[in-house]
Design a protein around this ligand. Structure first.
Ligand SMILES: Cc1cc2nc3c(=O)[nH]c(=O)nc-3n(C[C@H](O)[C@H](O)[C@H](O)COP(=O)(O)O)c2cc1C
Length: 503
């Protein structure tokens, strides 16, 4: 069974030693969401009571409370980060994963010195996916999470092991909008930067970048029920992809990898386009579709209230905008059924001669997302040619927009430009070959999972009353179900063909 390892970067962890195993056993035994919510509520209160008993009731100084807390056995209670983590691990169990937990405060001292790091390393080496759970500190992850990431970055064996493994995050902050999303995004960027696969939440709740909980004081985390459900969704999401990666071990793609290049920002004479052509020529086993979107007049989104315009099959173009030369209208079918999407952007300081449709194009992909997440589980890899000092942060922006399509984020390829010269031109084909190799495995796992454990993904129109009302009509719901079945049938048929498997 593939394993998801959660780490908690809280200073107030309630579990350590045998208490960790006890918690994991209990999570595995929980049968439904109600039982989970009751369990975390009880344990959060136990943790609160520990604080009272450790001296909060008498108003003792915090150092004394802290010291007294360490004298407990570590086998009861949950701090706020552990509450979110418990919910997420339970979500991963529902998808067929085994689970493990590391309280980072047991491994890094207040001054950042490591202890028993061999044991920590062994836990990471056994993991097939990583769930980073942390409190928000100043809109970013805590210093314990930072110590862990430094530890990983310094160890080539760990770096190698984690490359291509999924990661996701759950964070807790005292305030609504207290920096939960920035924290999730920073840790996602960091972990994708070391080669992990970046994931967000699933589609049952909002909070697309991962689990987000609002809780300040000890014992409060379990009261944010919606937040807990975002954590469960995140656990299900990483669980699903960890299972897909495990399934990929037994199968192979027997046809070409389907790669779409979306050129969204480039010069008139096609600087980025020439680099794309070079990469395409440098590797085999790929069916490359290059869309020079920046050469087309992309009409901006109208923010209509019925997106998509109808309930229909994936192949039908269902955006309100029907302008003839609009590339989404014209090339709709070329956006479907890809294994890897490569958004391509040239980012320069001097904008003379630069054509961009980046933002207009991104906002127009709304109908594809609301059409029940057409890019579900598709790999996204930004290809950015960046002039030093351009400061457009394009790969980060591509991630934060396209993760909202329920995709899997891959480490970007960035070409660095200085005074008109591409400084790392030689490295790009090698990186590209690695990406293709990784994506062949991912595609095989995704296709095989469609045959083994199909997953129907529906757009949940939270916050869109008109669409929600439209969806409540039985006929619409019924049609939606038929269309989803149609998608599954089409995808499963393709999976059998592309894997050479008869089911
Ligand atoms: C140094 C420090 C900085 C913090 N910064 C933020 C913040 O930027 N935003 C926020 O919402 N909460 C912030 N908090 C509050 C914690 O995120 C919050 O209390 C959380 O529930 C702690 O989780 P834990 O019980 O798992 O440790 C901060 C707390 C500390 C100690």
């Amino acid at each position: 069974m593939p394993k998801v390892l959660a780490v908690s970067a809280s200073l107030r962890n309630a579990r350590w030693g045998k208490g960790v195993d006890k918690l994991l056993d209990r999570i595995r035994s929980i049968e439904n969401e109600d039982e989970l919510l009751r369990f975390v509520a009880d344990e959060a209160q136990v943790h609160y009571k520990h604080f009272l008993d450790a001296g909060r009731k008498e108003g003792l100084p915090f150092e004394t409370i802290y010291r007294n807390l360490r004298k407990t056995a570590g086998d009861r209670g949950l701090c706020n980060s552990e509450v979110g983590m418990t919910a997420a691990l339970w979500g991963a169990v529902q998808k067929g994963c085994d689970i493990d937990y590391v309280p980072l405060s047991s491994f890094f001292s207040p001054k950042g010195e490591g202890r028993e790091l061999d044991a920590l390393k062994a836990k990471i080496m056994e993991a097939d996916g990583l769930l980073l759970c942390t409190p928000v500190y100043f809109g970013d992850r805590s210093s314990l999470a930072s110590d862990l990431i430094e530890f990983i970055r310094k160890d080539m064996e760990l770096m190698h092991h984690l490359r291509g493994k999924p990661m996701a995050g759950v964070v807790v902050g005292a305030k609504r909008n207290g920096g939960q999303e920035t924290t999730l995004i920073y840790q996602l960027l960091e972990m994708v930067g070391i080669g992990m696969l970046g994931l967000g939440n699933d589609t049952e709740t909002t909070s697309q970048y991962g689990g987000t909980i609002v809780a300040g004081d000890v014992g409060e985390g379990s009261k944010d029920e919606y937040g807990l459900r975002t954590a469960i969704g995140t656990g299900r999401r990483i669980g699903r992809i960890v299972v897909e990666c495990a399934l990929a071990q037994g199968v192979q793609l027997i046809d070409d990898l389907r790669v779409a290049f979306w050129i969204l920002q480039d010069t008139e004479d096609g600087f980025a386009m020439r680099q794309v052509e070079r990469l395409v020529r440098s590797a085999e086993g790929m069916d490359a579709d290059i869309l020079e979107l920046h050469r087309h007049p992309v009409t901006r989104c109208m923010a209509c209230d019925i997106c998509p315009t109808s309930v229909g099959p994936d192949k039908e173009y269902r955006c309100m905008i029907k302008v003839q030369d609009d590339p989404l209208h014209r090339y709709h079918e070329r956006f479907l059924d890809r294994d890897l999407i490569v958004p391509v952007v040239l980012s320069t300081q001097n904008r003379a001669g630069l054509r961009t449709v980046y933002q207009r194009f991104i906002e127009r992909t709304r109908y594809l997302r609301r059409g029940d997440y057409l890019f579900t589980d598709v790999a996204i890899m930004p290809l950015v040619f960046e002039e030093l000092g351009a400061s457009e942060n394009m790969s980060m922006r591509i991630y934060t927009s396209l993760i909202r399509h329920h995709t899997v984020l891959l480490r970007p390829i960035i070409g660095y430009i200085h005074r008109g010269t591409l400084l790392n031109e030689d490295e790009l084909p090698e990186r590209w070959t690695e990406v293709l190799e990784q994506c062949r495995g991912l595609a095989a796992g995704r296709l095989f999972a469609l045959l083994k454990c199909p997953n129907v993904v529906s757009y949940n129109p939270v916050g869109y009353i008109l669409s929600a009302a439209k969806d409540r009509e039985l006929s619409v719901q019924e049609r939606r179900r038929i269309i989803q079945e149609d998608r599954l049938y089409r995808q499963r048929e393709a999976a059998q063909r592309r894997l050479g498997i008869e089911v």
